[in-house]
Design a protein around this ligand. Structure first.
Ligand code: FE
Length: 184
């Protein structure tokens, strides 16, 4: 199967499920995050990172209901490992760091916490809460931490019921180009 076919199959199999505690499906959430990245004219690698930032959720079984989340499923690590085998670090690292980016923003941006949805506040606790100063310093050492913060903000925006977006197949050329760039 081609990489585009593989990605389409992953979303076809699991993407219709609800995005935990929100009014959009996993596929709608992914497409909306990418939509907001494109609206800011982000580089293609970041648009793709936004599109695939939650792929880890679709690759493993996690509880349907947010209330059932008792431990942090670490979907960002699962997704980043999967992506690192297919794309460069400008995609996979932005995804790996998108959950730490939330903890970072909670600690460093006074307005950020107030914008989180109830479901996102719930998972924040499981994810370790706002970063401590030593964690902030370590996060800022990460090469792709700024990119991860951008993906995080698009992630937070991508929860609009009924928003019209492109389709997953519209990203086929971008997927092929970025996968080929890693192979080069
Ligand atoms: Fe997300």
């Amino acid at each position: 199967m081609t990489l585009v076919g593989e990605i389409l199959a992953v979303y076809a199999a699991r993407g219709a499920g609800a995005y935990f505690g929100e009014r959009v499906s996993m596929s709608e959430h992914a497409l909306q995050a990418a939509h907001f990245a494109q609206a800011e004219r982000a580089p293609e690698a970041l648009i793709l990172a936004a599109l695939l930032h939650d792929v880890g959720h679709l690759l493993e079984d996690v509880p349907e209901a947010i209330e059932d989340w008792r431990t942090d499923a670490r979907h960002e690590e699962v997704g980043a490992r999967w992506l690192a085998r297919r794309f460069g670090p400008e995609v996979s690292e932005a995804v790996r760091l998108h959950v730490p980016a939330k903890r970072y923003l909670c600690a460093t941006d006074g307005a950020y916490f107030g914008m989180l949805s109830p479901a996102s506040v719930h998972t924040l606790r499981l994810q370790g809460g706002p970063m401590q100063p030593a964690e902030i310093a370590r996060f800022e050492q990460e090469r792709f931490h700024r990119e991860a913060v951008r993906v995080r903000r698009w992630d937070d925006q991508g929860k609009v019921a009924g928003l019209k977006t492109a389709a997953l197949g519209d990203y086929a050329a971008m997927i092929q180009t970025l996968a080929a760039a890693r192979g080069a």
